[in-house]
Design a protein around this ligand. Structure first.
Ligand SMILES: [Zn+2]
Length: 502
């Protein structure tokens, strides 16, 4: 994890005010976002493990490990939500009796909904006596085979009206407003600014992602179901809707097929520009997972190598600095990720021996820095080896739900094998190329290039990125007694501060 401390928000020459100041790590939000994704992945993994537990065949069936107690199952490895779809070969031991997973090929079944009405659903995957069916809302539901009956009736996805009506019946979404576009349905109680920004990002991302895959040879299609985004004003409301490990800020749930997120951010008080960039990046990242799962690139509940699925989501998630804070389109330099790599390099780690790359492409769990390297890898491959990258994505797009869970170890390629098949195993060479590529990119340190404020009062000079902090100081000194100057980056602010203190 990258840690930068102290000087970014508060630099003081005379310190009485600052002495009590809470130290703030502007990267904490980025790190936290990653940690949260992983924690959420763990939560979902447990959910899936429970489900798998309920699918357990009569005792004594060999090769069926007990769900949650199974050692070595990596967090974030189960399909079901964004960013989780990978198990290493050693973890791909038979989880179900061989042959127990069946793919019904679009057969429709009659099922009962909560109101007891008969509804036509589509079988997605069958595991033993349990069926995972896609409901007309797009949600995947788990049912016992006895609860379903084959039908010749056609499957009709719900309209946006129907999805909206159904969601608003949920007491936890009481009073929420909605906004729509052709493909997305936003259900929210956030500020209008927040939801409008979310909307702008996703609406501009969707056509860009579709266009990107046009060259891939994958037959993409329009989403069959409305893409639902549920945005909460606060963490508490977000937690109340569905309990998540503390600190989760957003996720794509591929069972529900929705993205859930919230607006409130601790970062916004201390480093508002980083907070907005972070929020945009998070929305774009989760939105990318949702889009890929709905246009025919990634099958729902399929497991992809982490470096690929997370690298792609990050590839779509950069924010722009030059033109204000906004989504800057796929393939732009992801400055937040570059910053992490930059810090890693400055910490003395050099790329070139192949070790970093080898570890990242084999990983079942990514830490914040691994996310950064996954992004950088996809960036390189997309710019310089696009044909091979598309071949790799095509291969993974054929992975079906739970593929590999019931197979013998080694039957499905591991994350590393997928990589090596398309890009070779000369990791040191690729890593050298990666280093050259990264060095050639435009990079502006997003923390240093935040707006900084100098507050000058009497013998004190305080440097901060927090408008909130400026107000607090003004209040404590008395408005009018403090002089506030604004600088567009840290270097300018520090230069000015040095002048004053001389
Ligand atoms: Zn992700």
């Amino acid at each position: 994890m990258v840690r930068i401390c102290c000087l970014l928000c508060f630099v003081s020459l005379v310190t009485p005010i600052v002495a009590n100041a809470q130290r703030f790590n502007p990267l904490g939000g980025v790190d936290r976002f990653i940690r949260e994704s992983q924690e959420h992945a763990e939560e979902m993994r447990q959910r899936m493990e429970q489900m798998r537990g309920s699918l357990r065949p009569p005792s004594g069936v060999p090769g069926f490990p007990s769900g949650a107690s199974r050692p070595g199952v990596p967090g974030g490895s189960f399909p079901g939500l964004s960013g989780d779809p990978s198990l290493s070969a050693q973890d791909q031991g038979p989880a179900f009796p061989l042959g127990s997973i069946k793919y019904p090929n679009g057969t429709n079944v009659l099922v009962r909904n909560e109101a007891g009405e008969s509804v036509t659903a589509r079988q997605h995957v069958t595991i033993g006596n349990t069926e995972l069916v896609i409901m007309p809302s797009g949600e995947i539901r788990e049912l016992s085979s006895e609860g379903t009956r084959p039908t010749s009736e056609s499957f009709t996805p719900w309209s946006m009206d129907e999805v909206e009506r159904d969601l608003l019946k949920n007491p936890k979404l009481k009073g929420f407003k909605t906004k729509r576009s052709r493909r997305f349905l936003y259900v929210y109680n956030t500020s209008e600014l927040f939801i409008d920004s979310t909307r702008t990002i996703l609406e501009s991302m969707y056509p860009a992602v579709r266009k990107y895959f046009r060259r891939s040879g994958i037959d993409t299609h329009e989403p069959e179901f409305p893409l639902v985004i549920i945005a909460f004003a606060t963490d508490d409301q977000f937690q109340e809707y569905r309990r998540m490990p503390q600190g989760v800020v957003a996720y794509y749930d591929s069972l529900a097929n929705s993205v859930m997120l919230y607006e409130e951010s601790d970062l916004s008080l201390h480093a508002p520009e980083i907070a907005v960039k972070n929020a945009i990046s998070t929305i774009a990242h989760e939105g990318a997972h949702q889009i890929l799962h709905n246009i025919g690139v990634q099958q729902r509940l399929s497991r992809w190598p982490m470096w690929l699925s997370e690298g792609l989501a990050e590839f779509y998630a950069p924010t722009s600095l030059q033109r204000g804070v906004r989504w800057s389109g796929m393939g732009s330099t992801n400055q937040l990720r570059m910053m992490e790599i930059d810090r890693d390099w400055n910490g003395g780690k050099a790329l070139g021996a192949g070790r970093v790359l080898k570890r990242v492409v084999a990983a079942d769990q990514l830490d914040s820095l691994d996310y950064a390297y996954s992004w950088s890898l996809i960036h390189l491959l997309s710019k310089r080896h696009q044909k091979e990258l598309f071949a790799c994505v095509r291969q993974c797009s054929e992975l079906r739900p739970f593929d590999g869970l019931d197979s013998e170890p080694g039957k499905l390629p591991s994350s590393s094998e997928v990589f090596e098949k398309h890009f070779g195993d000369e990791y040191h060479e690729i890593e050298k190329e990666l280093r050259r590529h990264l060095t050639s990119l435009d990079y502006v340190d997003p923390v240093k290039s935040q707006t900084h404020y100098l507050v000058v009062a009497g013998g004190q000079v305080i440097l901060t990125t927090s408008p909130e902090r400026v107000e607090e100081i003004q209040r404590s000194i008395g408005v009018g007694r403090a002089q506030v100057r604004r600088y567009s980056n840290r270097a300018q602010a520090e230069a000015a501060m040095n002048k004053i203190s001389r």
